[in-house]
Design a protein around this ligand. Structure first.
Ligand SMILES: *Cc1c(COP(=O)(O)O)cnc(C)c1O
Length: 384
């Protein structure tokens, strides 16, 4: 099968387009085929060509797993049916009583999965910004640090290297949710993280047409245990989903560059606008975690959040008034989206330590013409 390992010397873009994607040896097809076969012929019992049954392994999935692992600088990549399925499989590596240290701003579904499904895992939600304070208040039984940076939806950034050093000193494993940054902007494994997790539904896929999850690691033992649960619990993506995510990820670098530059144009409109109370974007010097972001990220990403002076009602009016920014959940695709986290993506965090401000709006800035996005947001803000 056509999976080739990325060569050490390859740059990011070359890995995205070639890792795992050698032309098919029998037909010369340049694009990895969508292998729909659920079973693979054996040449004598147990004598396979590397695949036996598609839940355990599938050629299209292998191509995609090789590609994304190469982008994260990982020796192991595992694809799952959704970001939450990837997270669920990672949480299954831990046993009853192992404490999870969770940032107090995180994807609502992650919080729900830990607090409502993995109820045998105690958790503490903390501010990860001040590493010295974190060291001083470190809960003793912590076995896992769940680190999302930039966070969803407040875009706070945390020092991956410093937190990994502290966690390792205290005997905990660090998982970084790299959904917002993507490996193009930030590579957590190189900063000491044990695992990287993704909602591939977002920037990796990049076109709002596939739900997927991904986990990457360098540690052989962690990867082997995850590979076991991937097969044993069976939350795997279909070959078609793998094909779509692989196809999307080929253009990750060029998309991310445009997402970042368009986000800057949007930030320029929001800053100083009379209806806007606060702009949240990691590039701003007073943004929580700006220094960590500047140190560990290539650029500052395509997500922008902001609060409105006139409160929730104004936020809801603006969200309803945009035309190019589609009102909807999700993020990270070519088209621009706007949403109200309090009533949409983060409704499950209401009343918890992860509750978000009700006058907050979150933008996923797409790759349309910047001037058109700016004009659309400007007209919508007149409703604030
Ligand atoms: C969407 C998202 C998830 C969950 O991924 P799904 O693919 O929706 O299951 C996890 N983390 C972050 C940061 C997300 O934005």
């Amino acid at each position: 099968m056509g999976e080739i390992e990325a060569q050490e010397s390859w740059g990011f873009d070359t890995r995205a387009i070639h890792a795992g994607q050698e032309p098919d040896p029998t037909t010369g097809a340049v694009v990895p085929p969508i292998s729909l076969s659920t079973t693979f012929a054996q040449d004598g019992v147990g004598n396979t060509k590397g695949f036996e049954y598609s839940r355990s392994g599938n050629p299209t999935r292998t191509a995609y797993e090789t590609q994304i692992a190469a982008l994260e600088g990982a020796t192991h990549g595992l694809a799952f049916a959704s970001g939450l399925a990837a997270e669920d499989n990672i949480l299954r590596l831990f046993k009853a009583g192992d404490r999870v240290l969770l940032g107090n701003d995180a994807y609502g579904g992650t919080y729900r999965l830990i607090s409502k499904v993995h109820t045998h895992l105690p958790w503490t939600a903390v501010d990860l910004l001040d590493v010295d304070a974190l060291a001083a208040s470190w809960p003793k039984d912590t076995k896992l640090v769940w680190l999302e940076t930039p966070t969803n939806p407040l875009l706070r950034c945390f020092d991956i290297e410093a937190i990994c050093a502290l966690a390792h000193e205290r005997g905990a494993v660090v998982v970084v949710d790299n959904t917002f940054a993507t490996p193009y902007l930030q590579q957590p494994l190189s900063l000491g993280a044990d695992l990287v997790v993704h909602s591939a539904t977002k920037y990796l896929g990049g076109h709002s047409d596939v739900v997927g999850g991904f986990a990457a690691a360098n540690d052989d033992d962690i990867a082997q245990r995850l590979r076991f649960t991937q097969n044993a619990a069976g939350a795997v993506p279909s070959p078609f989903d793998c094909y779509l995510a692989l196809r999307g990820a080929k253009t990750l670098a060029v998309r991310m560059e445009r997402h970042c530059s368009n986000a800057r144009s949007i930030v320029d409109v929001l800053i100083g606008h009379k209806a806007v109370e606060r702009v949240l974007y990691p590039q701003l010097p007073d943004h929580p975690g700006h220094r960590a972001a500047a140190k560990q990220m290539r650029d500052f990403g395509g997500m922008v959040s902001f609060t409105l002076r006139a409160g929730q009602a104004a936020a809801l009016r603006v969200a309803a008034a945009t035309e190019l920014f589609t009102l909807g959940e999700s993020l990270g695709a070519v088209e621009s989206l706007i949403e109200h986290p309090g009533q949409m993506t983060h409704a499950s965090a209401a009343g918890s330590p992860l509750e978000v401000p009700d006058n907050l709006l979150r933008l996923s800035v797409g790759i349309e013409t910047a001037a058109d996005l700016v004009a659309d947001l400007a007209q919508a803000l007149e409703q604030a």
